[in-house]
Design a protein around this ligand. Structure first.
Ligand code: KIV
Length: 273
């Protein structure tokens, strides 16, 4: 087995990601929003756990990421941070927590770091948020950018389709990535953009580029854990590889439990005091 930079028992750090990019070691990210799931991902050797604002959909059943609050993100992130002995933990700054003013954004980033105990934060947006990103970085907080399909802007986009197909949007995305790099981001997520554009950005930008629906030339990949474990039956976008069918495993197991309770088969003598 290859010697992986990230495979030591030590905690993964933001500077390690730059070394991994330099050495060509791909970086693995998954989302998690609770202690038990985060422990499983950590024990399996994931490099980064993202407490994504997709918690709004996955954990709370909302149609978009917009309703989740800073308090709710801290609630999820604190549980994940407790579980992560090895993985670097990044918490999304939710919609409304950095759009009102720079001061508000910096205050909320500091609050998330202090109260959740995570290792960094992620914000959606490009050049327009770069001045705020550099102030959050100056406060000592590792910041991850997020470009392409930025779900907090879904109402502006009119849906969750592929972004930056046209030349003008692709050019803007490259300029935004350069602005985020200059502002000090330790990594940038690129969501649902053409693979050749993501390859170009990964080559130009020095910080690691983490893709989701952005092809395999990025420096790393991220998926929502519930999607890649097949917990959501209906959600199968082209970019998703499903590694398990937990929907069937869980519903079968629960169905058996219900039947055993109804028939008084559970608990049996050995399961009783
Ligand atoms: O919230 C989230 O899960 C994300 C990933 C899809 C990158 O931002």
């Amino acid at each position: 087995m290859a010697e992986y930079l990230s495979s030591s028992k030590k905690k993964v750090t933001a500077p390690l990601f730059f070394e991994m990019k330099k050495c060509g070691e791909k970086i693995s990210w998954l989302t998690a929003y609770d202690y038990t799931t985060a422990s499983l991902l950590d024990q399996a050797g994931i490099d980064t756990i993202l407490v994504g604002d997709s918690a709004s959909n996955v954990m709370h059943g909302n149609a978009t990421t917009l309703p989740i609050t800073v308090d709710e993100m801290i609630f999820h992130a604190r549980a994940v941070a407790r579980a992560a002995e090895h993985a670097f933990v990044v918490c999304d700054m939710p919609f409304g927590s950095y759009q009102i003013s720079e001061e508000d954004g910096i205050r909320n980033a500091v609050r998330i770091m202090k109260e959740a105990g995570v290792d960094g934060v992620k914000l959606e947006g490009g050049a327009e948020i770069a001045p705020m990103v550099s102030k959050i970085v100056a406060a000592g907080i590792p910041v991850c950018g997020h470009l392409g399909l930025t779900p907090q802007s879904v109402h502006q986009f009119g849906g969750y389709g592929l972004r930056a197909k046209e030349e003008a949007e692709a050019e803007k995305l490259i300029a935004d990535a350069k602005a985020l790099e200059a502002a000090g981001c330790f990594s940038i997520v690129l969501e649902k953009i053409p693979a050749n554009l993501a390859e170009k950005v990964s080559a130009i930008i020095k910080c690691p580029i983490i893709g989701i629906g952005a092809g395999n030339k990025c420096d790393g990949q991220v998926l929502v854990y519930a999607d890649m474990l097949g917990m959501n039956k209906g959600f199968k976008p082209k970019f998703l590889r499903q590694y398990a069918d937990l929907h069937s495993i869980i519903t079968d197991a629960v169905g058996k439990y219900v039947a055993d309770v109804k028939s008084s088969d559970f608990p049996n003598e050995n399961e009783s005091y």
